[in-house]
Design a protein around this ligand. Structure first.
Ligand code: GLY
Length: 254
């Protein structure tokens, strides 16, 4: 769990990544709202936070929700109050660059009305002798409406883990991932015996068949089956996942 948490935190703290943690792009009101979650596959324990303001690392607050409360998801002010109780101190998530980008969007939005679309979630799956842990974190869609929650803190949409089948985590447009319960479908396909790769590809193909416009949006899913086999698939373009095993890192492409 600590390795998975460290992996997610490294991205949350990187101010150059504009879709996760510090430096993440804000909502229409100029506030950064973070979503993050955990799930572990042996007991199906899970914890998440949504629309969390002013607190980092969001993934660590989500871990506390899993470990210290009987609940699965805390949102908004409740999540922030819980984080403070657990010793997390408020901090500034906006950076000079994210404020600049938000101001630029405000100026352009008046003329084009465009809303944000390009973004990514950080997702990490840990596997050890058949046990699976998954965590993810995001600042969500840039220029989203205040209170908008994506797939990342929703169990079965942004992430899922069950040691009897495997684990999966998704990235891309949260609304599409939520609509299709993407990671739950991938894990269930692995439970029925699909390879991790076939499970990911099968769910992406189903999404495109059921709703052809899905090809216009980016959704990617990666999975690790209970035997450690990995897979990745995306609705468009090439999506890369990285596998670290015995200190060796290899790339897996959709
Ligand atoms: N996949 C992250 C989000 O849409 O919020």
């Amino acid at each position: 769990m600590d390795s998975v948490e460290r992996g997610v935190i490294a991205v949350e703290m990187n101010r150059r990544v504009h879709s996760v943690g510090r430096g993440g792009l804000p909502n229409t009101s100029g506030q950064v709202e973070l979503d993050a979650a955990w799930m572990e596959g042996s007991q199906l324990r899970a914890g998440g936070v949504a629309a969390l303001r002013d607190i980092l690392p969001a993934v660590s607050v989500a871990r506390k929700v899993m470990e210290k409360t009987p609940h699965v998801l805390l949102v908004g002010e409740g999540a922030e109050g819980f984080a403070r109780q657990q010793g997390f101190r408020p901090q500034r998530l906006l950076t000079k660059e994210s404020i600049r980008l938000w101001r630029e969007w405000k100026r352009n939005q008046a003329s084009s009305g465009a809303s944000g679309s390009g973004h990514d979630t950080v997702g990490v799956i840990g596997w050890h002798k058949g046990h699976t842990i998954v965590a993810c974190s995001t600042s969500g869609l840039p220029w989203k409406l205040p209170g908008r929650v994506g797939d990342s803190p929703i169990i079965g949409a942004g992430l899922y883990a069950d040691d009897q089948a495997g684990a999966a985590v998704a990235t891309g447009i949260g609304e599409e991932i939520l609509r299709f319960s993407v990671t739950s479908r991938v894990v269930e396909a692995m439970r029925r015996g699909a390879s991790a790769q076939n499970a990911c590809e099968g769910v992406i193909r189903f999404m495109i068949r059921r709703k052809p416009e899905t090809t216009k949006t980016m959704v990617a899913v990666l999975a690790v089956r209970k035997d450690g086999q990995c897979g990745v698939a995306a609705t468009r373009g090439v999506f890369s996942a990285y596998i670290r095993k015995d200190k060796r890192i290899t790339e897996l492409r959709s």
